[in-house]
Design a binder for this molecule. Structure first.
Ligand SMILES: [Zn+2]
Length: 521
C-alpha cells in the first residue's frame, strides 16, 4: 500500500523524486491531500524535522502501467464511484487484477482480500469492467489491452507457517508447483521436513473446472499417490477422508490463501476462502519471482559506502565486543566495537575495531554493532559461532532474530540494527550460533576483543556514516540520523522538549534573566 500511496503522491505533486525530500507545506492547502493519511504522516514528520528515507522507491514511478481507474473508465462512472474508491484506497485497475496481471479477480476474492467492502451488491463500475474489459463473457481473462505488468499487481505471498516443527502432523492448505512436470496441485501439507526441503502433501481436486471454483474434494487416488505415505501412523490416524498422498519439494510449495477450513466429514467437498484462479496465480508469481529483489537493490546502494573485508569460508568463530564511555563534562560519549575471526585451529584470521558514530549511544548498542560489523565481513554461506560476554545480546537475539519477523520489533530500541542482522543472515545465507563467554574470565580471545574495542576509543574519530549498516526498507531520520528507537517515544520526547522550551520562555522567567541561568531539572 505504501508503494501505491507514494506513487500516487508523486504523480499528484509532479515530484521527480521521493515526496519525502520536497517541501510539502504548500501542498497542505489542497483539500484532497489534507485527508491523505500518508501525506499527513510525511507532512507532520517534516514539521518535526523527521525525514523519511524510502530507499526502495527512490525515483518517481509513473502509475500509467497500473491503469488508473480515472483514465480507463467513462467519466459518468468515475463521478458516481470516486468517493467509494477514495474510501477503499482504490486507484488503479492493478488492484483488481490477479497477481499475474492477466485476469480480473472475482468479487468474492476481492472481498476476502479486503480490497472491496464486505457487504452490498456488486457495484455498477465493477460490472462495467466485467462487461467491457474481458476477452469473453465466459472467462475472466482481460483483453490484452488491459494486461497489467505483474510488478504493479498486489501479490503478497501466502507463506506456510515456518514455526511448525518438522515431523509433526500439522495440515495446512497449500499449492505446489512441480517445476519438473509443470503441474499445479492443491492440498494439505501434512508433515514437513525442512532440512530435506520436502513435505508430504495430500491431493485435493477442484469440484469443477471453473476458474472461480473454490470447493475441493479429496482425490480418491491417482497416479500421484505413493501408498507407503498413507500407511504412516500420524497420517493413518488423522486423515480419514484423504486417500492420495505424495511428496513435494517444500521450496516449490506455498500456502493457499484461506481462513482455516477444517475437514469435517469424509467425502464432502470443502470450500476455501479464495478461488482456484487467484490462489494459483499468486503461487506462480511468487514461485517464479526471484525473492528479495527489493532488498538487493537497497543493499547495493549501501555497499559502495563501506570497504568490505571478505572473510574466507573457513572462519569458524567470531569474538565480538563493544565498549562504551558515558559522556562527561569534558568529553562526549564514545562507542567502539571490535571483532576477531578465528578458523577451527584457533588461528586469528582477521580482526577489526572501529570507533562508532555516537547516535543513541549505549553499551548494548556497541555490542550489537560489533555483531553487525562481524557478520558484514563474512562470505556467503558461512557457518559460525559468535562468542560474546554480553548475555543481554544473547537473550535479545532469541527474541528478535531466532523468530519470524513481527512488526512489534519496530517498537524496540536498536530495531534497525536487529533488522540489519536479520537481513545479513538471510541475504548471505549465514548459520549463526551465539555462545556466552564469562566476562572477566581467562578466555584469551575475549580479552583480546575487549582490548581492541577499548583501544579504539583513542583511534581516529568515526568516518563511516551512521546509515552505512542500516539494511531496512524504510528509515526515519532526524537531523539526518536514523531514529533507532520506538518512534512514539521519540515523538513524545520532542513534544516534551518543546513544552519545556515554551515554559522556559514564559515572560515571568525571561523577565528575571536568560533561561540558562536556571536549573530547570
Ligand atoms: Zn491424487
Amino acid at each position: 500500500f505504501a508503494l501505491y500511496a507514494i506513487s500516487y503522491l508523486q504523480g499528484y505533486l509532479g515530484a521527480e523524486s521521493c515526496p519525502t525530500t520536497i517541501d510539502l507545506e504548500p501542498w497542505s492547502q489542497v483539500v484532497s491531500l489534507r485527508t491523505h493519511t500518508l501525506f499527513n504522516s510525511l507532512l507532520f514528520s517534516s514539521r518535526l524535522n523527521i525525514t523519511w528515507s524510502l530507499s526502495f522507491r527512490p525515483s518517481r514511478q509513473d502509475l500509467q502501467p497500473a491503469s488508473p481507474l480515472r483514465t480507463i473508465l467513462p467519466h459518468s462512472i468515475f463521478q458516481t464511484a470516486w468517493k467509494l474508491w477514495k474510501n477503499l484506497n482504490l486507484f488503479v485497475l492493478a488492484q483488481l487484477v490477479s497477481p499475474c496481471g492477466r485476469y480480473l479477480m472475482n468479487w468474492l476474492d476481492l472481498r476476502y482480500l479486503g480490497i472491496v467492502g464486505r457487504k452490498g451488491r456488486i457495484p455498477t463500475w465493477f460490472n462495467f469492467i466485467k462487461n467491457n474489459f474481458l476477452s469473453s463473457p465466459f472467462s475472466s481473462l482481460l483483453l490484452p489491452l488491459y494486461f497489467i505488468n505483474s510488478s504493479f499487481t498486489l501479490a503478497s505471498p501466502c507463506l506456510l507457517d515456518h514455526t511448525v516443527k518438522d515431523y509433526h502432523f500439522y495440515p495446512q492448505w497449500a499449492i505446489n508447483f512441480d517445476s519438473a512436470t509443470q503441474t499445479l496441485s492443491v492440498g494439505h501439507v501434512c508433515i514437513t521436513y525442512k532440512k530435506q526441503d520436502s513435505a508430504i502433501m495430500s491431493h485435493w481436486l477442484p469440484v469443477s473446472s471453473s476458474a472461480d471454483e473454490r470447493s475441493y474434494n479429496p482425490c480418491p487416488g491417482c497416479s500421484f499417490n505413493i501408498p507407503a505415505l498413507s500407511k504412516k501412523s500420524a497420517i493413518k490416524q488423522r486423515c480419514n477422508s484423504e486417500k492420495c498422498f505424495f511428496n513435494v519439494i517444500l521450496s516449490e510449495t506455498v500456502g493457499y490463501p484461506t481462513r482455516n477450513a477444517k475437514v469435517f466429514a469424509a467425502y464432502l467437498p470443502i470450500t476455501l476462502s479464495t478461488s482456484w484462479s487467484y490462489a494459483t496465480s499468486l503461487a506462480l508469481v511468487h514461485l517464479s519471482k526471484p525473492s528479495l529483489s527489493t532488498f538487493s537493490t537497497l543493499s547495493s546502494s549501501f555497499k559502495d559506502k563501506t570497504d568490505d573485508v571478505v572473510l574466507p569460508l573457513s572462519v569458524q568463530s567470531l569474538y565480538t565486543d563493544g565498549s562504551f564511555h558515558v559522556a562527561t563534562d569534558s568529553s562526549p560519549a564514545s562507542m567502539t566495537s571490535a571483532w576477531l575471526a578465528l578458523d577451527d585451529d584457533g588461528l586469528i584470521l582477521e580482526s577489526s575495531s572501529l570507533q562508532l558514530f555516537s547516535c543513541l549511544p549505549s553499551a548494548l548498542r556497541s555490542e550489537i554493532y560489533a555483531v553487525v560489523l562481524g557478520l558484514n565481513a563474512l562470505s556467503r554461506g558461512s557457518s559460525i559461532s559468535i562468542h560474546t560476554d554480553c548475555s543481554q545480546l544473547i537473550s535479545l537475539w532469541k527474541r528478535f532474530v531466532d523468530v519470524p519477523f513481527s512488526p512489534k520489533l519496530l517498537r524496540e530500541h536498536n530495531h534497525l540494527l536487529w533488522l540489519s542482522i536479520r537481513y545479513l543472515i538471510m541475504d548471505r545465507d549465514l548459520k549463526v550460533d551465539l555462545i556466552k563467554v564469562p566476562a572477566h574470565g581467562d578466555d584469551i580471545y575475549n580479552m583480546q576483543a575487549d582490548s581492541l574495542a577499548k583501544d579504539a576509543h583513542s583511534s581516529s574519530p568515526p568516518n563511516i556514516s551512521p546509515l552505512a549498516f542500516c539494511y531496512a526498507p524504510c528509515l526515519l531520520l532526524f537531523n539526518s540520523l536514523p531514529i533507532d528507537m520506538n518512534i512514539r517515544h521519540f515523538l513524545r520526547s520532542i513534544a516534551d522538549a518543546r513544552a519545556l522550551l515554551s515554559f522556559c520562555s514564559l515572560a515571568r522567567f525571561t523577565a528575571l534573566g536568560s533561561p540558562s541561568l536556571f536549573d530547570w531539572a
